[in-house]
Write a protein that binds this ligand. Structure first.
Ligand SMILES: C[S@@+](CC[C@H](N)C(=O)[O-])C[C@H]1O[C@@H](n2cnc3c(N)ncnc32)[C@H](O)[C@@H]1O
Length: 199
């Protein structure tokens, strides 16, 4: 089931909800992951456009999301940027030709897409053979006590934010046919990761 109606409702306050995490940790990770990219970039689940400040100006960015509300915020936030296009689109059915992009980026998105393997397979299709997928994501911890806690909070977070805490995202990326080049634990008992993968 699509989480778009949830994100449409949350959109006006989304940036407030995750402001503490954004200021304390996400900002730094976004800069580190995105500030050296170039070429044609597809950002999937672009949300309110939080990453737009971190791409170099030489990049040509296409941001897609299936929530009109979140895209509305993204357009507002990036109104002075010339190199960005936002499109209402489902990640599970990308309307781009094969091999269109140099990079596909997801940040905190693969936990919300209904069928992440289907979406990842689409992302691999639209990447150039020389391209790369870059993801900042949270996922199910390998530590049993933390994983148990994630199982407990999963239904609550899903009903509030459309967010799953129990996804095995590295496994899903491999299942979609990517080759993992980097899987780097960023924070706290293997929950937050940076992943780089080749199509
Ligand atoms: C947790 S937010 C993250 C937003 C942004 N990437 C960020 O880093 O702040 C997840 C976003 O993924 C979008 N999303 C979820 N499922 C999607 C799908 N099937 N197709 C496109 N976007 C989707 C949601 O609408 C939401 O904007």
């Amino acid at each position: 089931m699509s989480v778009a109606p949830k994100y449409d409702r949350i959109a006006p306050i989304y940036e407030l909800i995750d402001l503490p995490l954004e200021l304390l940790i996400f900002k730094k990770w976004r800069r580190e992951a995105l500030s050296r990219l170039n070429g044609k970039i597809l950002e999937v689940g672009v949300g309110t456009g939080r990453n737009m400040n971190y791409y170099p100006p030489c990049c040509s960015i296409t941001g897609i999301d299936n929530s009109k509300g979140m895209l509305g915020k993204a357009r507002e936030n990036a109104k002075n940027m010339k190199n960005v296009t936002f499109i209402l689109m489902d990640a599970e059915s990308l309307g781009f030709s094969d091999h269109s992009f140099d990079y596909v980026v997801t940040t905190f998105v693969l936990c919300t897409i209904s069928d992440p393997v289907k979406a990842l397979t689409e992302m691999r299709r639209v990447l150039k053979p020389s391209g790369e997928m870059i993801a900042l994501e949270h996922m199910c911890s390998a530590h049993s006590i933390i994983a148990r806690f994630e199982e407990l909070i999963d239904p609550i977070l899903f009903s509030l934010l459309g967010d799953h805490t129990t996804r095995h995202t590295v496994r899903n990326i491999k299942e979609a046919g990517f080759i993992i080049k980097e899987a780097n634990e960023l924070f706290f008992k293997e929950i937050f990761w940076k992943i780089r993968a080749k199509p």
